[in-house]
Design a protein around this ligand. Structure first.
Ligand code: IPE
Ligand code: IPE
Ligand code: MG
Length: 238
């Protein structure tokens, strides 16, 4: 089935899962799965430009992933730096802005420096936005929002009875970004794993057994086609 250009999701969020299993199936170290997974990131980013998806949010490292073995975390951080160095050109060429959601300060200095550089250099681009969720956890994000709101109440800037859903949404990490229309999870796991709990209230969910290193343009297009067959009701009856 062909894609309907009128019904392209504006924001796609992806839980990129299955790198370790992909490597294990091939008798390779887990890091190899992450390396090949980085090529999938490139492919999907390119596909977003091709199909006209404005926002792409990728769950790259969760606040819970810090419990993994130190060597794997180190490998992931090295890979992230490499990805940023290599991908920066592509972001410039396509005028795509990079943003980060999550506790960026938890990341090693060298990674943070690279991130800050690319974020700053691409801040003015408006053709698309890549959001990397790094040291990100949705419960932490909501807790941070609650804290910021509580602080405003304490200072007398805000009255508790004026707090609305918009107030909460407005204190999340990327308040100006529309909620994801489509949430994809690879590797066949039917769970959210602490990703965008607030923002995905009405996102369409798409779970594929394909492992992340094998998820390329064709798989992304299949997800979009599937999304276009959905009937979004937002609580209504139409
Ligand atoms: C996803 O792949 C990448 C990250 C969470 C960083 P995994 O590393 O979780 O791969 P599996 O789930 O063990 O196969
Ligand atoms: C979710 O994958 C986090 C990322 C993709 C960064 P995990 O592999 O960490 O999730 P669980 O542990 O299977 O829920
Ligand atoms: Mg996993």
């Amino acid at each position: 089935m062909a894609l309907d250009p009128e019904k392209i999701p504006r924001h796609v969020a992806i839980i990129m899962d299955g790198n370790g299993r992909w490597a294990k199936q091939r008798g390779m170290p887990r890091i190899r799965g992450h390396q090949v997974g980085a090529d999938s990131v490139r492919a999907v980013l390119k596909a977003c430009r091709k199909f006209g998806v404005d926002y792409l949010t990728l769950y790259a490292f969760s606040s819970e992933n810090w419990v993994r073995p130190k060597a794997e975390i180190r490998g992931l951080m090295t890979l992230l730096r490499k990805f940023l160095r290599e991908q920066a050109f592509e972001l410039h060429d396509n005028e795509v802005r990079l943003r980060v959601i999550g506790h960026k300060e938890d990341l090693p200095d060298a990674v943070r420096a690279e991130l800050d550089r690319v974020i700053e250099e691409t801040a003015h681009y408006q053709k698309g936005t890549l959001l990397l969720a790094l040291s990100y956890g949705s419960r932490v994000e909501i807790t941070d929002a609650v804290r910021a709101i509580a602080e405003k109440v304490r200072c007398g800037e805000l009255a508790p009875d004026t707090i609305t859903e918009q107030t909460v949404a407005g204190h999340l990490y990327a308040p100006d970004v529309p909620d994801p229309d489509l949430l994809i999870r690879t590797s066949g796991e039917y769970r959210i794993s602490n990703f965008l709990l607030w923002q995905c209230s009405y996102s369409e969910l798409y779970v594929t057994p394909v492992l992340w290193p094998d998820f390329r343009e064709a798989e992304f297009e299949a997800a979009l086609v599937n999304y276009q067959g959905r009937h979004r009701r937002f609580g209504g009856i139409q």
